[in-house]
Every structure is written in C-alpha cells, then in structure tokens.
Design a binder for this molecule. Structure first.
Ligand code: NAD
Ligand code: DAU
Length: 342
C-alpha cells in the first residue's frame, strides 16, 4: 500500500482519537494530521501517547475557519480527509442548536471546498444512524438500510443529515470523490462522560444516582469503537466513491439493561437507578442493517458486546485520571444544568 497523508478532523474526541491510534498502529508509513478545535469534548490527553510520533501532527484549528483550513491544505496536500469533527451530543443540541449547524454543516462545507481547491483522493464523512430517525419497538423486523429515508428528530441529527446531503451534492455536482459512513452507537475508551455508558460508569463508581430518561426502554445498537475504526479503514481504502455505508453489528439493547449490566459489573446496587424526565423528541429504537458493508467490503465486527463492555469498564477503572479531570472542569457546569435536581 502506498504512503498516505491523512487529515483526521475531530481526532481529540472519542471516535476520532481511537481512529488516530488505530491508523498509526496499523500503517507504519502513513502520516496522520489531526485537526481539532479542542472544544469541551476535545482532549489532548487522549493523544498524549502519539504526540511525539514522527508520523503524527496535531493542529489546533476550527474546521469552520476557512482561511486556516485552506492554508493547512496548501501545506499538507492530504490524500484523504476523514471528518469526525462535530458537535455530537443530542441533549446539548436541544439546549443550543446554533453551534451544531455551524460546525456540523458549515465545517463540512469548508473542508470539502478545500478538497476541491487542492485535490483529494477521498473525502470521507463520518455520519450517524440518527439521520434515519427511529424505528418502533414493536417492529423488530425493521432495520435502517442505506435507502431508508432521512427523517431526523433532533437538531443534532438534522445537522448531520444536512451535512450528508451536502456531501452527496458535492459528489454529484463537483465530482468530489466522497464516501459516507452511518454508524450506530459506539462505546469504548476515551468516550466523553456525558454519554450514556461512561456517565453511568462514572456515577456508579461515585455512588451517585444514574439518570435514566423516560421508561429506559429505548433501544440503541452498540458497536465497539475499534470496529467503527476498522469499518472506516475499509471504506476509505476499498469503498466505492459516491456511496453511503451503514455500519453496525446487530447488537440492540435497551438503556435500562445496559445500566443494570454496568451496576452488576461494578457491584453497585440497582437502587442508584433514578428515572428522570424523558429527552425531548427521544428516538425510540435504532437498528442498523450492515449487509452492504459486509457484502462489499467483508466487514464484520471483531468484538462481541460481552467482551467490549468488560474492556470498557476496565479501561475506565484503570484510567480514572483521564475522566476525573474532565469531571472537575467545564463539564461540571453542564452537568449541574442537566441533572442539578438529582
Ligand atoms: P466527540 O464529541 O467525542 O468529539 C468531537 C471532536 O470534534 C472533539 O474533539 C471536538 O473538539 C472536535 N470539534 C468540535 N467542533 C469542532 C470544530 N468546529 N472544528 C474542529 N474540531 C471540532 O464526538 P464522537 O462521539 O467522537 O463523534 C465523532 C463523529 O462520529 C461525529 O461526527 C459524530 O456525529 C459521529 N458518530 C458518533 C457516534 C457515537 O456513538 N459517538 C456514532 C456514529 C457517528
Ligand atoms: O446512534 C449514533 C449516535 O449515538 C451518535 O450519532 C451520537 O453522536 C451519540 O451521542 C449517540 O447518540 P445517543 O443519543 O443515542 O447517545 P447518548 O449516549 O446520549 O444516549 C444513549 C441513550 O441513553 C439514549 O436513549 C438516551 C439515554 N440516556 C442518555 C443519557 C446521557 C439516558 O437515559 N440518560 C442519560 O443521562
């Protein structure tokens, strides 16, 4: 495989950070340039072990800053761009949609304009299964396929869907060589503790209430983060230009089952579970049909949920410094606003 220079945006976040580690380990001769604005969700500690790697460069930059992004492309002439950078938390998008539109839509446009200006082998957009809206609980036979209509529920998912449409439009109109992946819920190391699994682990360890929205019966389709990285690796190298690929592993679980499993693993009582007001517009069920990526690219998840969740809980136990630092900082203000009454 020939050498590649890859710009990874959002690489100080959860999935982008895992992807940076994955790529540097797998491809000894690739150069990875991480572009991240270091918002509340970006954390340089996630990248500390690769900061001195000669194949790695970190650039603190906002993807909506057109001049700076163009200068960077002029300097780096990337072969591939993988765009993870986004505002990613549904609850925050309900409280303050504006920044979601700016980063998730305008940021995507700026990156693609830079790709057009300087030329690119592949622009890959990391999207989400949330663009398909939700499925009913009483129809377990239904799954999201790549041709399921876009039908969004939150400002977050609407911003991601808008970006997807723009990416497809740049392909059709400007022949930009793009691909899009729409993955289900990820879990694993470096997951920001505002999201369900790491939040429940952190609260359980601190004997704090575990806030479960609504009836706790909403279903998510969980995939270990390294398997998402593997899927993107396959798509950027072997995926067909212009195509959308759903990514998932048929692992549907209710929120309440996940919460109970975490409590059991940490030997904490179920009395910590506290049902709270439901999320506005809360999607009921996500379920990905991953047949296309399996058939075309041979993708199959490598980590079973039973193993992945054990590894994840162990990681949070062994890396308390990583998340306790987050909990003691700016995130604390958000937590007070969100769960202050508990
Ligand atoms: P995250 O919130 O953990 O990380 C996002 C990163 O983007 C952070 O490092 C942040 O600093 C950076 N960022 C935000 N705004 C920026 C800007 N304007 N310019 C440059 N950098 C900026 O998110 P995540 O969970 O790792 O998600 C990454 C991508 O994957 C997102 O596009 C998300 O929509 C998508 N996705 C997430 C999941 C999931 O389960 N977490 C599933 C499917 C798809
Ligand atoms: O499906 C992919 C999406 O998964 C990604 O596009 C998003 O970026 C990512 O954040 C995630 O969205 P969700 O809304 O599914 O994830 P979250 O961890 O916020 O919530 C998972 C479920 O748990 C959801 O049904 C809401 C519920 N929940 C969440 C929190 C934070 C609770 O019951 N209590 C909570 O405190």
């Amino acid at each position: 495989m020939s050498k590649k220079n890859i710009i990874v945006t959002g690489g100080a976040g959860f999935i982008g950070g895992n992807f940076v580690h994955y790529m540097l380990e797998k491809y000894a001769d690739y150069r990875i340039v991480c572009v991240d604005a270091l918002t509340y969700a970006g954390n340089l500690d996630t990248l500390s072990s690769v900061m001195n790697n000669p194949n790695f460069r970190f650039v603190k930059m906002d993807i909506t800053d057109r001049d700076s992004i163009f200068k960077l492309f002029q300097e780096e002439h990337p072969d591939i761009v993988v765009n993870f950078a986004a505002e990613s938390h549904v609850d925050r998008s309900i409280k303050d949609p504006g920044v979601f539109l700016r980063t998730n839509i305008i940021g995507t446009q700026v990156l693609m304009d830079a790709c057009r200006e300087f030329g690119i082998e592949r622009y890959h957009q990391v999207s989400t299964d949330e663009v398909y809206g939700d499925l009913p609980l009483d129809r377990p036979d239904l799954f999201f396929t790549e041709s399921t209509p876009i039908h969004t529920s939150s400002p977050y998912s609407a911003s991601k869907a808008s970006a997807d449409l723009l990416v497809l439009a740049y392909h059709r109109t400007f022949k930009l060589p793009i691909t899009i992946s729409r993955c289900s819920n990820n879990y694993g190391p470096y997951h920001f503790p505002e999201k369900l699994i790491p939040l429940m682990i952190a609260n359980a360890l601190a004997d704090k209430p575990l806030p479960v929205y609504g009836d706790g019966l909403n279903v998510r389709d969980w995939l270990y983060v390294k398997d998402h990285c593997l899927a993107i690796d396959l798509i950027i190298h072997q995926g067909r230009v212009g195509e959308v690929y759903n990514v998932g592993g048929h692992n549907e679980m209710t929120n309440i089952d996940i919460v109970k499993l975490i409590l059991k693993a940490l030997d904490k009582p179920e009395s910590l579970i506290t049902y709270v007001k439901d999320r506005a517009g809360h999607d009921r069920r996500y379920a990905i049909d991953p047949a296309k990526i399996h058939k075309e690219l041979g993708f199959l998840p490598t980590t079973r949920f039973a193993d992945g969740i054990k590894m994840t809980i162990q990681w949070y136990l062994e890396n308390k410094g990583w998340w306790e630092k987050i909990l003691s900082g700016e995130y604390q203000n958000y937590y007070e606003k969100m769960y202050g009454d508990l």
